[in-house]
Ligand binder design. Structure first.
Ligand code: SAH
Length: 374
């Protein structure tokens, strides 16, 4: 029997595995795969240079390879993994949300968000990507959590979302002219640390130098988790100093047990201990995600308790006004309560920002667009 609604699911069903793709493999694995096709190993490096280095996804342009070799490699190692089924833009074209259909019909979404340079920050473009089709963590305020877990994405399915954004920026298809992806956040559908192997593979593909990978800086990549403690500790040892975001949403176990049900397994104190160990191992500041929900988790005493837990650590709090899911009984906090929450943290020396709410009018993030398409 499959998982029931309202159940925590850590182990993904072993179904729907996509065909193998070049991006599932590291540089050595790609050479082996090309040799297994009866071709010389250097063909793998040539293809990687086109696919990842130059973002050229049309094999007919790879004129340094014979046409027959291009066809053979494309058929064996570059199966189409993502088919766009819907794309929506807002913010004058600077936010682009895409729903993708996978080979087995599953839907996932990614969001490109382009930010202009300001007096205090450089221009940047962030891709928000999915790591699972659906999610098994069952957080009651999250649209993806309501749909349950369909399956894990493969490494290539994850990386191809980022590449799709990189290609459209390179082509100049995004408002603001040609550009590059500077940041990646694992804040689309799914719990990245519940799909650990594929996500770590994807982190390597994103960070490894070209042509092995996309050559992005690890510090520009954020992995967001509900708090799978053993996996946080494992990630700290991977030598990939990505930013860790912890979806805390409550400072006390009583409330967090209901908002983030995995808390019944790993408590607030255990999650934060693992986060501090992560900061220690990587030198990276921990990001604490906290969706402000009116009269649920936005009381002043909770802000003070949160500050007590965090003060003195390498940490930053990201407050997210709740984006209510359709039919939700919850809504975002009142402005004055949000301000008081911010002040309580600031007064105690805890750095805090309120996240801007890009893409709300196109069904927000968090699985809402895929849910509306299904
Ligand atoms: N499973 C991972 C990553 C995906 S969600 C995690 O939970 O961290 C990315 C962030 O969006 C998480 O902090 C999540 O709690 C938050 N989120 C989900 N639904 C939301 C909603 N309706 N409003 C505001 N934030 C939401």
């Amino acid at each position: 029997m499959g998982p029931q609604p309202g159940e925590l699911v850590l182990q993904a069903p072993a179904r729907g595995r996509p065909p193998q793709h070049l991006l599932d493999l590291d540089a050595a694995g790609r050479r082996d795969a090309v040799v297994a096709l009866g071709l010389p190993a250097f063909r793998a490096d040539q293809v990687s240079r086109h696919w990842l280095g130059r973002l050229e996804d049309d094999p007919s342009t790879w004129t340094d390879l014979p046409a027959a070799v291009r066809d053979q490699i494309t058929a064996a190692l570059l199966p189409p993994l993502l088919t766009p089924v819907r794309a929506l833009t807002c913010d004058g074209g600077a936010t682009v949300k895409t729903v993708w259909r996978l080979h087995d019909g599953s839907l996932v979404e990614s969001v490109l968000m382009r930010y202009r340079a300001t007096a205090s920050s450089r221009e940047r473009t962030t891709m928000c990507i999915s790591s699972q089709a659906g999610c098994g963590m069952n957080c009651p305020f999250c649209a993806t959590g309501q749909a349950g877990l369909t399956r894990n994405l493969s490494t290539a399915e994850i990386v191809e979302q980022a590449l799709a954004g990189a290609r459209s920026l390179a082509r100049g298809d995004v408002a603001g002219g040609p550009g590059r992806v500077s940041n990646i956040v694992f804040m689309g559908m799914g719990e990245p640390l519940a799909n650990y192997r594929s996500v770590v593979g994807a982190l390597h593909r994103l960070c490894d130098a070209a042509p092995s990978g996309l050559g992005l800086s690890a510090r520009g990549i954020t992995v967001s988790t509900v708090g799978l403690v053993p996996r946080i500790r494992e990630l700290a040892g991977e030598g990939l100093p990505v930013t860790l975001a912890v979806s805390l949403h409550a400072p006390d176990d009583e409330l967090r047990d209901t908002l983030v049900p995995i808390n019944t397994r790993w408590k607030v104190s255990e999650v934060l201990d693992a986060a501090w160990a992560y900061a220690e191992a990587t030198g990276r500041r921990i990001s604490i995600e906290y969706a402000l929900i009116k009269d649920v988790n936005d009381q002043r005493w909770r802000a003070e308790l949160l500050a007590d837990l965090l003060v003195g650590h390498l940490v930053h709090v990201n407050l997210i006004p709740l984006n209510p899911t359709p039919g939700s009984k919850w809504t975002a906090s009142r402005r004055q309560d949000e301000r008081a929450f911010v002040r309580a943290l600031e007064d105690r020396g805890v750095p805090v920002t309120v996240r801007d709410t890009r893409g709300r009018e196109i069904d927000g993030a968090c699985g809402q667009l895929a849910a509306a398409t299904a």
